[in-house]
Ligand binder design. Structure first.
Ligand code: DQA
Length: 147
């Protein structure tokens, strides 16, 4: 089972950016968590991070026919990008949206998620653990354990 984890702008700044909101763990801690999860769950996990909307669209298109599931934190593009929403719809790969922070309890402009409209589940406010939860959810979904 092949899962692609996509992170949007400023996620590479984890540990440095607003630790009161996003925590003290770094982006390399996140990469380590993904590697550990891949090993523990016997999954192939690739990750991609970009600060550029078009690069994220390109990566979603590249996933077509290659990956079984997508975990995506579009970061700020969550709240603005119809292009990312359309790309997720175009490939129709089961996708789970992750947000490290609890976007619901933040500014009103964070309450709208375009990408989320193409995702079968959203996990928010669980810190980096949210990525593990998203991967486990996709594994169960793709394995036919949940409908
Ligand atoms: C985020 C929440 C977004 O509103 C914000 O722009 C981010 C990160 C999160 O993971 O909590 O960059 O997606």
């Amino acid at each position: 089972m092949k899962i692609l984890v996509i992170n949007g702008p400023n996620i590479n700044m984890l540990g440095i950016r607003e630790p009161g909101i996003y925590g003290k763990s770094s982006f390399s801690d996140l990469l380590k968590l993904l590697e550990e999860t891949a090993q523990a769950e016997n999954l192939e996990i690739e990750q991609f991070q970009s600060n550029h909307e078009g690069a994220i669209v390109d990566e979603i298109q590249r996933a077509y026919g290659v990956f079984d599931g997508i975990v995506i934190n579009p970061a700020a593009y969550t709240h603005t990008s119809v292009a990312i929403l359309d790309a997720l719809k175009a490939v129709s790969i089961p996708a789970v949206e992750v947000h490290i922070s609890d976007v619901d309890s933040r500014e009103s402009f964070r309450q709208i998620s375009y990408a989320g409209l193409a995702c079968c589940k959203t996990i928010k406010g669980h810190g980096l653990e949210g990525y593990r939860e998203a991967i486990l959810y996709l594994k169960a979904l793709l394995g036919g354990k949940i409908a």
